[in-house]
Design a protein around this ligand. Sequence first.
Ligand SMILES: [Zn+2]
Length: 372
Amino acid sequence: MGRDVSGPEYLETRLTEWLGRFFDELGVRWESHEVLPGRSNVLARYDSPGAAVTLLLDAHQDTVPVDGMVIPPFEPVIRDGRLYGRGSCDVKGGMAAMLAAFARLVRERPAGAANVVMSCTCDEEATAQGVKALAGLWSGTDRPSALLPTPPDLALVAEPTGLNIIVAHKGAVRWKLRTKGRACHSSRPHEGNNAVYRMAEVLTALERYAAELPQMVPSHPLCGGATLSVGRILGGISVNTVPDECVIEIDRRVVPGEDPASVIGHVEGWLRERLDIDFEMLPPWLDGATLSDHNNHGWADRLMTHIAGVAGPHEKQGAWYGTNASRIATTGVPGLVFGPGSIDQAHTIDEWIDLQQLRQATEIYYQFCRNP
Ligand SMILES: [Zn+2]
């Protein structure tokens, strides 16, 4: 996050092609939907005899850059019960477990199982266009698909939760704030207006705003409190020019129950009351969708029964990180996040996944689809 990961080396293309072959060999109906140039969601559907519900299993195809990794990122190695490699934990492990459970359903066709739509979405790590397009299939913002003509009853999203269930999580609103000044030669700075100095005032104020947030926004029992952080700053063209513009990038974590559409306006109003500075808020590129636990408890309880049967007692939890489940939840479909591996190993320089958890997750996904 926070850096450009749109280059071809980061695209999902090869995995997307592999998924097409996988579903062809399995003999199921599948579709590929291009969401961004060269970047596609892949959907496959299993129709179960006598199904009462339709489950959506979602895992994202993309991962994060490999800079600084201390293991070969794309040469998987198994050692001491772990599989090492970029994406092993976040979230190819979870995807592989879902695909294995899906394939077993297709082969065994157990009576009374759910209909299952497997979605392998693109662009989760950057701007979540993949899951937005997916949810658009049934919410009417995208053209419909025969594979998902009506909303699923539940979306189960794979992320490394350590076999616990995430029932709620925060969302992130991200936007740029720009200060404006007047450029001039640095030998006569009094003739200009230094936008970097103006930004320094904004930054000091924002640090205070962040410190006061816990008093302004009630914290969520599972997810904790709202936060604000400034992560990037960009200003000036050369040391001998007084800068006329400075830009920062702001990350504001929203808790379930908060209205994400109101947070930028609140920050802006708070700053304008305190500062007499020419600044502007640019439109957000992340809109802060959260996963709320108001409508998913029955599903979580049934999933928990299967988890306990395979892997012993686990917990319902809130999370500090965002997932595709929030985008799906904005359409009214209940969402749960569940998968093998620990979030502590996601995006790390020696990313790995525990193979025992991987096998257990596969069995749990299967049992849940068989008896939802
Ligand atoms: Zn992930």
